[in-house]
Design a protein around this ligand. Sequence first.
Ligand SMILES: C[S@@+](CC[C@H](N)C(=O)[O-])C[C@H]1O[C@@H](n2cnc3c(N)ncnc32)[C@H](O)[C@@H]1O
Length: 248
Amino acid sequence: MRFSYEIIGSIALVEIPEEFMDKKFEIAKKILETNKNVKTVFKKGKILGEERVRELEFLLGENKSETIHKEFGLRYKLDVTRVYFSPRLGYERERIMRKVKDNEKIIDMFAGVGPFSILIAKNKDVKIVAVDKNKYAYKYLKENIKINKVQEKVIAINCDVRELHLENLFNRAIMNLPLSSHEFLYKALEFIRDNSYLHVYYLDENEKKLYRFLDENIREYRIIFKRKVKSYSPRKYINVLDIYVVKK
Ligand SMILES: C[S@@+](CC[C@H](N)C(=O)[O-])C[C@H]1O[C@@H](n2cnc3c(N)ncnc32)[C@H](O)[C@@H]1O
């Protein structure tokens, strides 16, 4: 029997292939038995809409969906049925954090419960505006800012980032919305100054649109880094581009 799962705090989210669906409770029992820190097992469904919340079916254990996930010594409280969170982005969060220098002003345009912003704030002397339109993500973002004691450095805003009007203020923008980040590049350009960095997460299929936008709308830019981040579906990948915008 082949199945894969990820662990968020005390909750396991398992992907069960169609042919093993009749064994879903058996699989959940196995996961509980082999991971002593896992108290709850949910079956993964699709990730829906712009807020990227996953459909989940409770299988076994304690029937609760709120947990605290630990990453790089920080704590993130979240409800797996109400917000997006992926432990598989840990490497990326650390990679970006290491690029940041003291005194930067950063906008995290799709902040979720705060894992990029809070890790950066914990390690660097920066000011960060963290935006999310999901009211639950915002609620946990605010709580996580307090739990991790970065209130002096991170401001949380609950809105659609398209409605946020802050011009020429930031020298770095993090764009972790892979399905449609290319549609928000115009907004990132409003937010940043010349000589700034963009970190754009995107699906392979959007790469051409992304480059076209950059070529048509930025006077001078350089791609300074590119990598495949993780699989999105059997034949699709999420990638990241680090872009240095010399002149808008
Ligand atoms: C892929 S998740 C990333 C969350 C976070 N960066 C992380 O690593 O866990 C994308 C987030 O963007 C938010 N979002 C989507 N569209 C948005 C918009 N137009 N304005 C503000 N937030 C948005 C969603 O609610 C979701 O929390």
